[in-house]
Design a protein around this ligand. Structure first.
Ligand code: ZN
Length: 218
């Protein structure tokens, strides 16, 4: 049985590794994204403005669900309101926020990512774009929550992405899938004289059923 300190240290290690992955995978430039995970009533979160490759075990940063700092002296990310809003409203245990380039481009063009691929179903259906609000604001967190209804990810207009999951790996994978679908739509819709074909609600429902079966088997 691991004690609390071991669990915290392991979770912080996972969180820093995930934050570094967002940079190496091209989803984030510098420290412009942020990552969090929840252990009971504690939310571990990347601090504001510290390059991820400089984060070590001594930099562990955690807040409670009201945003009060419980562990660490570094300032939590300015996007904390979005992370806390997800944890208060869902069963998520991990949240990833990025400024991934194709997703951010799509967020300036449409109110919803057109369903060009069946992986749309893996995020709960066509991915909505939360209307723009100032970063770090409660207003942005409210827009994001509305866009996340029945979804595990959304775009933030003129800003980026937010996804959540049962683990840091799942939340990160959802961000990568979302960014990839945005790239596919941008690529297909930029061919002059052609418009991409889109999947119907029935086709997405069938894909969702199959993805659930796949999840059970795999
Ligand atoms: Zn941001």
């Amino acid at each position: 049985m691991k004690d609390r300190a071991d669990r915290l240290a392991e979770a912080w290690g996972d969180l820093v590794a995930t934050a570094r992955r967002t940079v190496t995978d091209g989803l984030v430039v510098g420290t412009s994204g942020n990552v969090s995970c929840r252990i009971k009533d504690l939310v571990l979160v990347t601090p504001s403005g510290v390059p991820y490759d400089r984060l070590g075990p001594a930099d562990t940063t955690a807040v409670d669900l009201e945003g009060r700092q419980i562990i660490g002296t570094l300032r939590p990310t300015s996007e904390l309101p979005m992370h806390l809003a997800v944890y208060r409203s869902t069963t998520a245990t991990a949240v990833v926020h990025t400024h991934a380039p194709c997703a951010t481009a799509v967020s300036t063009l449409v109110p919803e990512l057109p369903p060009v691929h069946y992986m749309t179903a893996a995020l709960g259906g066509p991915v909505r774009v939360a209307p723009y609000a100032l970063y770090g604001s409660d207003e942005l967190a409210a827009h994001m929550l509305a866009a996340l209804r029945d979804r595990t990810g959304c775009l933030l207009q003129n800003h980026g992405t937010l996804t959540y999951g049962d683990s840091l790996g799942q939340a990160l994978d959802r961000t990568a899938q979302l960014e990839w679908m945005c790239r596919v739509w941008l690529t297909a819709s930029s061919v002059p004289g052609h418009a991409p074909s889109l999947l119907s609600a029935e086709q997405l429902d069938a894909a969702a059923d199959r993805l659930r079966d796949y999840g059970r088997q795999g």
